[in-house]
Design a protein around this ligand. Structure first.
Ligand code: SF4
Length: 149
């Protein structure tokens, strides 16, 4: 927590123009929310969700983003042992799973997730997520492997 506080103090000392040009890197989305207008979530070396900050916190679409939110510390709430938000180990980046890179830890994974890598997509101007089942009321674009031409 002290490291986060130090980085927040450093960030707050920047001018507004400097803050606009800055990238703040953290695993703690609670902290990220305080200092960012846009959030890019990475998993195993690739972007899995890229959203305006408030849109992300209103309706995160990628299961990994939701797991990070679940894991974020909350004031006055003690974390119970054995309540990890994510099951399993992080796979090797050089021998990553087929299809969706998050599928070995995803609670929503289906067979298509092992076959086709989801692309970043979004139905409007509300950012993008790399999940076949993001925005369930909209139809995801066909994965690259199925496109013709
Ligand atoms: S594409 Fe499948 S495995 Fe990947 S995040 Fe979405 S539901 Fe989970």
């Amino acid at each position: 927590m002290a490291g986060h506080l130090r980085r927040l103090i450093d960030f707050a000392s920047l001018t507004a123009a400097e803050q606009d040009r800055s990238v703040f890197v953290s695993h703690d989305l609670t902290v990220v929310r305080q200092v960012s207008s846009r959030v890019v979530v990475l998993y195993l070396g690739a972007v899995v969700e890229d959203r305006p900050t408030e849109a992300l916190f209103d309706d995160a679409q990628h299961p990994y983003t939701r797991a990070l939110m679940k894991a974020a510390p909350k004031l006055g709430v003690r974390k119970e042992s054995g309540s990890a938000a994510l099951a399993g180990e992080l796979p090797s980046a050089v021998d990553r799973p087929s299809g969706c890179r998050f599928r070995t830890r995803c609670p929503l994974a289906q067979s298509v997730c092992a076959e086709l890598e989801p692309e970043l997509w979004g139905p409007g101007d509300n950012g993008t997520a790399a999940c076949h089942f993001a925005w369930p009321s909209h139809k995801a674009p066909p994965p690259r492997a199925l496109r013709s031409g």
